[in-house]
Design a protein around this ligand. Structure first.
Ligand code: DGY
Length: 323
């Protein structure tokens, strides 16, 4: 009998087709997130799950999936999966590290420039018919990256790639990492110092219980007037309510690719704030990066389905002992 595999998101036909030769596939084809109850039903007798950030894989989903041999997510982050529950159940979780480093670092720097040079705001300004006079000396003034002190919170691969790009801009760079690290051209400081001293703070840590709201109300309040917060990691790294207060008074600016709630609700207060550049979680959204992520996720899925160690495993404790 062919093993059953659930795909909890809509993927292009040519990506899914090769899998259908090997597995009995059940694919969620809605653009909206798959409801948990449907996921639970589908997983009742499935051996594989291919998923992404849009599907929370909770402890109760895992508990009901008694045949499950592998969870493979098309993402590097695994905070949407109850990793402890998967590990306790002996289920390896595959993810996609490395391949989205450059795309995400590009976007972080893009957001820095967009926020500090007011690119999105200027675009809106033209489109709403406000450009009625020619060049003006004080129109939409911003600040220079070359003169900025930029703080990188989390010097993993994406943080490091962001540093590499910032060196080219001539920025002064401060860094903080959970474990000691030294990087050429980066002054390592503690978190309080970093938030206090920087013109731009960019978040690059994974979301874990330790990093939840690492950009806390107190740290946001300690940032310089006119400073900018960049987040391409996870929404919950920031105390969003506190950030909204700081943006509403005009004290801070922000460039955000991720939010506490995604998609952002239509009446969300951030949507009315001109000093925030907002993107719909597209840090890894380039053709080649998405293809590389899918390839990695399919390799993990196939390995797990056949009881082999996953090439890219987020819970190594169980990755070699599957099946
Ligand atoms: C990830 O892979 O974790 C990103 O957030 C999605 O691009």
């Amino acid at each position: 009998m062919t093993s059953k595999c659930v795909i909890s998101l809509d993927l292009p036909e040519d990506i899914v087709a090769p899998l259908s030769d090997q597995f009995d596939l059940l694919t969620w084809s809605g653009r909206e997130a798959m409801p948990e109850v449907t996921l639970q039903e589908w997983l009742a007798d499935a051996e594989g799950l291919l998923c992404a950030l849009s599907t929370p894989i909770t402890a109760s989903v895992i508990a009901g999936a008694e045949q499950l041999k592998v969870i493979s997510t098309i993402s590097v982050g695994v905070d949407h999966i109850d990793l402890a529950a998967a590990t306790a159940a002996g289920i390896p979780v595959g993810h996609t590290p490395d391949v989205l480093v450059d795309s995400t670092a590009d976007l972080a720097v893009g957001l820095m420039i967009a926020a500090t040079r007011r690119i999105a705001e200027a675009d809106r300004w033209i489109r709403t018919g406000q450009w009625s006079q020619g060049w003006q000396s004080d129109l939409l003034l911003g600040t220079d990256l070359s003169q900025a002190t930029v703080g990188i919170v989390g010097l993993g691969p994406i943080g490091e790639a962001t540093v590499k790009r910032l060196r080219g801009f001539g920025a002064t760079i401060l860094g903080w990492n959970r474990t000691p690290k030294s990087l050429e051209g980066v002054e390592m400081v503690d978190l309080e110092d970093l938030f206090r001293r920087c013109d731009i703070v960019s978040l690059h840590t994974a979301l874990t219980p330790d990093t939840l709201q690492i950009a806390s109300r107190k740290r946001l309040a300690s940032m310089r007037a006119g400073a900018t917060l960049i987040n391409t990691g996870r929404g919950a790294l920031v105390d969003e309510a506190a950030l909204i207060e700081e943006l509403s008074t005009g004290r801070l600016r922000a460039g955000l690719d991720v939010f506490e709630t995604e998609p952002l609700p239509a009446d969300h207060p951030l949507l009315s704030l001109d000093n925030a550049v907002l993107l719909p979680h597209v840090g890894s959204a380039t053709f080649s990066t998405r293809m590389a992520m899918v390839t990695r996720a399919l390799d993990n899925l196939r390995a797990g389905m056949s009881g082999q160690p996953l090439p890219f495993c987020a819970n190594p404790e169980v990755c070699g002992f599957n099946g």
